[in-house]
Design a binder for this molecule. Structure first.
Ligand SMILES: [Ca+2]
Ligand SMILES: [Ca+2]
Ligand SMILES: [Ca+2]
Ligand SMILES: [Ca+2]
Length: 330
């Protein structure tokens, strides 16, 4: 779901944290996977990297028919849209094949562990595949290594205006951070950390620093309350401050600014935008279990999964049914 110039990461969003990150991949204008600092952010949650399962909001209403989030978490975005085009019969048949894969020990039951291993695998697949695809734009084999010069020549050329050289030194710094063995070249694994730094623990602080640099307009090394608010809200002439902005002011003081010095530093920004404290794979596993484990024995039988197939995968009939439902309401 990406090409070399722009893409939207299939970042996941859970109910409380709505996130859709428009991401620009390597180009002279923007560093890879860097969130742009502009006022198009809806709120401060919009900056948060939550990247594994889907870029849709998770509707936690259990009566809700729309399981698109679950489908993307369970299948990945691409396969999810393939399933949406299938008839119910096709969709169930293919779900059966997936259950065979998930049920690693072939005992006919999907345990919570088997399900979470699967969702974890799906969540990483995008990052793995996307990085590999980009890597092979530069290299002829996944076993190759990329030099900074190759990357630089392709993305920055000879043009050295100020914005370009700023963007270039930022990429170079990230390159060096990703180059774990320090040989100046990036292997595919290292390139994956370069392209998706939000996924790699040793890149996390750098993601914080890059965002700090984007938001720190007065270049004093910290993000104060005004810079924080300006990142998400630009008042029109005479506009009163809306309530959500007031709430963001409180969030800044009470949540983001952990050491209460009135500014966000690199670490405070990292813990905001690349939070470590929430396991989306586990949350989604529990959600799917709660939806489908009808006899509440903590495992999903093949039958339980098939009975709730619309939770796991889409099909045309589901959409048709929903369309009918909506029509009847009119
Ligand atoms: Ca099993
Ligand atoms: Ca290296
Ligand atoms: Ca500042
Ligand atoms: Ca602080």
């Amino acid at each position: 779901m990406s090409n070399c110039h722009s893409s939207v990461l299939p970042l996941m969003t859970l109910a409380v944290i709505a996130i859709t990150l428009a991401v620009s991949l390597p180009s002279a204008q923007a560093s890879p996977a860097v969130v742009k600092a502009d006022s198009s952010h809806k709120d401060s949650g919009d900056r948060v990297y939550q990247h594994d399962l889907s870029d849709l909001d998770h509707d936690e209403d259990e009566d809700e028919d729309d399981h698109k989030y679950d489908h993307e978490a369970f299948l990945g975005k691409e396969d999810s849209s393939k399933f949406d085009k299938m008839s119910p019969e096709e969709s169930k048949a293919n779900l059966g094949k997936i259950v065979d894969k998930i049920d690693k020990d072939n005992d006919g039951m999907v345990t919570e562990k088997e399900l979470s291993d699967w969702i974890d695998y799906i969540s990483k697949r995008y990052v793995t595949e996307d990085s590999r695809k980009q890597f092979l734009d530069y290299a002829s084999s996944p076993a190759d290594k990329l030099s900074w010069d190759t990357y630089k020549a392709r993305n920055f050329g000879k043009d050295t205006d100020e914005a370009t050289s700023k963007s270039m030194s930022r990429d170079q710094r990230r390159w060096q951070r990703a180059d774990r063995d320090g040989d100046g070249m990036l292997s595919l694994a290292e390139f994956t950390d370069f392209t998706h730094p939000e996924e790699a623990p040793h890149m996390r602080e750098l993601v914080g620093l890059e965002t700090l640099e984007d938001m720190d307009k007065d270049k004093d090394g910290g993000v104060d309350i005004n810079e924080y608010i300006a990142d998400m809200w630009t008042p029109s002439a005479g506009e009163q401050e809306p309530d959500w902005v007031k709430t963001e002011r409180e969030t800044f003081s009470n949540v983001r600014d952990k050491n209460k010095d009135g500014r966000l530093d690199q670490a405070e920004i990292a813990s905001w935008i690349v939070p470590e404290d929430y396991n989306h794979v586990e949350a989604e596993t529990r959600h799917l279990m709660s939806q489908a484990d009808t006899d509440k024995d903590g495992r999903l039988s093949r039958q339980e999964i098939m009975d709730k197939y619309d939770v796991f995968v889409g099909s045309q009939a589901t959409d048709f049914g929903e369309a009918l439902g909506r029509h009847e309401e009119l």
